[in-house]
Design a protein around this ligand. Structure first.
Ligand code: SPV
Ligand code: MN
Length: 607
């Protein structure tokens, strides 16, 4: 095997040996191409050793992409003011048109991004990282290579993913791997592009926000989702959490749109994953792993009282990258919702900051961006589950689909069946937009399974795979619909942040056959008696009949409109399975019947 001269010229002897040891022609071809096209000054090949990790961290500081903070191991990174979230408008899948997906003809998309990448790494060091999604050597494992000229990006990957140079060596030449090419480019956000090619490569340029630049996170999801649909498993935007029961731990997954309660839910039990899940069937059981080993979480609103575990991670020496929060002169950080005193001045993503500072449009700049984040290893969290690296995955007993819905969906309900839950809870998700994506806040968006942004096949195909996956299962997970954000007529939240503990306990008791239910048109809801008991047991709170009635009355008219909208959307998708439309029609039929009997609202005390 030979290393082409162009690539060789960028390598020290040590780096040369590292590449040779892989004995993998396609890795060499890929890297030669990137080096030839992007023209970096030098190439650093990571084996993932301690020295490598330290080197990357040092380079992140030397290049100014990260700044050290007062707490040892903590650093801060800033993205450009207009590069603070996932950039939907600049993200393209190279494919024939797919409904709801931003696509571009392949050649056009490739030409465009190649033009932007040409010479983009000039004068910079290029890093090559080898990683595995999922536990190493497990049936879930997917190998990937990240190439980037940003030490911040590779530092983030080192925290978030399992290093797998050794796996590449082990499998030698004949291995498939995902490829991610990222360059900071000129930093001109107007020329930001994220381009997904089903050939197995994703290109990202002129952006640093991790959701756009860290390939193995949401860029990989587009590729793995498609692969999962083709191979009959699930690659999902879901947390995985172990809920402590009377006798055993019950593992559940939780899909919520970004910024709508997923991270906090994953802190309510044993933490396996806060964001992503690979789910495969094995001997009739759904088993799940986390493709990641770290958390890239939203920091706004994290405070000591509501989020003690995250708070601890963010205040203890250890590896943490803060992004887009406020940094003070003494190297402290501040973020909105921390319930700490607001500093009189500091530095944030928009430069120097002081209270009342406005941008060029006269709009006040907050001290921290609403999508400011922290990046930290899972093992830093005291609720990290010991089974994170279990190669068999954890057995999934329930799946939660949660929305940020102010007007309609009840706080918690159980589906009648797998198919009913998949269709009326997962596939019917509508949620208010948050700051995790660029766009207008609070607009209601259709967001099935919380992954419309990442879907890379037709929705009909995607749901067909879901329904078929369920049919392979001997033990189908129960499905729950959740909504932590329901409001009353005056616009006040009906639940406090901690109430989700009660809903999760109800799920646990349902799984153990200890809690009852009431049957409504849209699903099974908790009884008042059970909730009164659980609010007392879990939160030591009195739970009033009147609260229950406000929270669990079925707002039939709103529900009907919701399902009519959803049915209309799916009827326009050509390959929607018939079963999906049938289940939606049945749901609408049940709601209609109740409307005739009870009017616009159905009180659970009517039963
Ligand atoms: C999310 O917004 O869903 C995230 C962060 O997990 S990002 O990487 O931007 O997708
Ligand atoms: Mn996410």
């Amino acid at each position: 095997m030979e290393i082409p001269n162009l690539l060789k010229g960028k390598l020290t002897d040590e780096m040369f040996l590292r590449l040779m040891e892989l004995k993998n022609e396609s890795v060499l071809d890929f890297l030669s191409w990137v080096v030839g096209h992007c023209d970096p000054e030098s190439v650093y090949v990571l084996k993932g050793t301690r020295e490598d990790q330290e080197y990357v961290k040092r380079r992140a500081l030397e290049t100014g992409e990260e700044i050290p903070l007062r707490v040892p191991g903590h650093t801060i990174h800033f993205d450009k003011p207009s590069d603070q979230a996932r950039a939907r408008e600049d993200t393209f899948i190279l494919s024939e048109p797919i409904p709801f997906v931003n696509t571009k003809p392949r050649q056009e998309g490739l030409n465009e991004v190649m033009e932007l990448l040409r010479g983009s790494m000039r004068g910079r060091e290029m890093f090559v990282g080898f990683y595995a999604l999922g536990p190493k050597s497990s049936p879930f494992q997917i190998l990937a290579i990240q190439v980037t000229d940003s030490p911040y990006v590779i530092h983030s990957e080192n925290i978030l993913y399992r290093s797998a140079y050794d796996e590449f060596v082990k499998v030698g030449g004949n291995v498939e791997f995902l490829r991610f090419v990222h360059s900071k480019g000129t930093g001109d956000v107007k020329k930001r592009r994220i381009v997904i090619d089903f050939g197995g490569t994703v290109y990202s340029v002129n952006t640093t926000y991790a959701g756009n630049s860290v390939g193995l996170k949401k860029l990989a999801l587009r590729l793995t989702l498609r692969r999962a649909v083709n191979e009959g498993w699930l690659s999902e935007h879901m947390a995985i959490v172990g809920l402590e029961g009377k006798e055993t731990t019950h593992y559940v997954t939780a899909a919520f749109p970004s910024g709508s309660g997923k991270t906090s839910t994953s802190m309510m039990g044993k933490l396996v994953s806060d964001d992503l899940a690979f789910i495969r069937e094995s001997q009739g059981i759904a088993r799940a792993v986390n493709p990641e080993i770290g958390v890239f979480g939203i920091i706004q609103g994290i405070n000591k009282r509501d989020d003690p575990i995250i708070w601890e991670v963010l205040h203890t020496p250890g590896e943490v990258i803060f992004s887009n929060v406020l940094m003070t002169e003494s190297g402290e950080v501040y973020w909105v919702g921390s319930e700490e005193p607001v500093p009189r001045k500091g530095i944030n993503y928009a430069g120097e900051w002081w209270p009342g500072k406005t941008n060029s449009e006269g709009v006040e700049i907050p001290p921290s961006h609403p999508n400011a984040r922290f990046t930290a290893p899972l093992k830093s969290f005291r609720n990290a589950d010991p089974r994170i690296d279990d190669p068999r995955g954890v057995e999934i007993e329930a799946m939660i689909f949660g929305v940020r819905d102010y007007t309609t969906v009840v706080p918690i309900a159980e589906a009648f069946s797998w198919a009913h839950g998949v269709v009326t809870m997962g596939a019917s998700m509508e949620s208010a937009r948050t700051s995790a994506v660029v766009g207008k806040l609070d607009e209601m968006e259709f967001n099935p399974m919380a992954l419309l942004d990442f879907i890379s096949v037709s929705l009909g195909e995607y749901l067909r795979n879901y329904l078929e996956f369920g049919k392979k299962l001997r033990l189908q997970p129960r499905i729950y619909g959740a909504n932590y954000f329901l409001k009353d007529m005056e616009g006040r939240y009906l639940n406090s942040k901690e109430d989700k503990r009660v809903w999760l306990r109800w799920i646990t008791e349902r799984l153990e056959g200890r809690a009852d239910h009431l049957r409504t048109a849209v699903g099974l809801i908790p009884t008042y008696e059970d909730l009164r008991r659980l609010f007392k047991e879990v939160l030591n709170k009195e739970y009033m009949k009147q609260q229950y009635e406000l929270q669990f009355s079925i707002r039939l008219k709103e529900y009907k409109n919701k399902y009519l909208r959803i049915r209309e959307l799916y009827s326009r998708v050509k390959d929607t399975p018939r079963e999906v439309l049938e289940i939606l029609d049945e749901q609408i039929g049940r709601i209609d019947k109740d409307i005739q009997r009870y009017g616009d609202t159905f009180s659970p005390f009517n039963i």
